[in-house]
Write a protein that binds this ligand. Structure first.
Ligand code: FES
Length: 145
């Protein structure tokens, strides 16, 4: 039921880990399944994403979509990264089974949340970026564990 690309990114996730002193970090969760995804962005002075890493505590589809999402946003400007929607990630993976589509939403939200963090830290506004709804704050997260 999974495409080869999904299996590949699930078994050999790209860019897994964290970035110290990241320009932006976003953590999001899916309230239904309880899965959590954290995205780290390293952004240079020209607002280009130099590096991107992720940590996902979740299902295989969530791991595969986060892996693909990091590959897609690397080298892009923050505005271009906004276009890496869950649809774009799913297309890059040659599709996901319908019941797993919500997993890919986590990846999109995690990117947005990390971009939001970056924008807030630097006092800038990224055109078209809205405050992520499923953002998890560190304090709440600790309670969850
Ligand atoms: Fe929760 Fe996939 S089942 S993210």
């Amino acid at each position: 039921m999974y495409t080869e690309k999904v299996m590949d990114h699930f078994q050999n996730p790209r860019n897994m880990g964290e970035i110290e002193n990241a320009s932006g970090v976003g953590t999001v969760g899916n309230p239904k399944c309880g899965d959590i995804m954290r995205m780290y962005l390293d952004i240079d002075e020209n607002q280009v994403i130099r590096d991107c890493k992720f940590k996902t505590f979740g299902c295989g589809a969530a791991v595969a979509t986060s892996s693909m999402a990091t590959e897609l946003v690397k080298g892009k400007t923050v505005e271009e990264a906004l276009k890496v929607t869950n649809k774009a990630v799913m297309e890059a993976l040659d599709g996901l089974p319908p019941v797993k589509v919500h997993c890919s939403l986590l990846a999109e939200e995690a990117i947005h949340s990390a971009l939001w963090d970056y924008a807030e830290k630097n006092g800038i506004k990224i055109e078209g970026l809205e405050k992520p709804k499923t953002d998890i704050h560190e304090e709440e997260e600790e309670e969850d564990y």
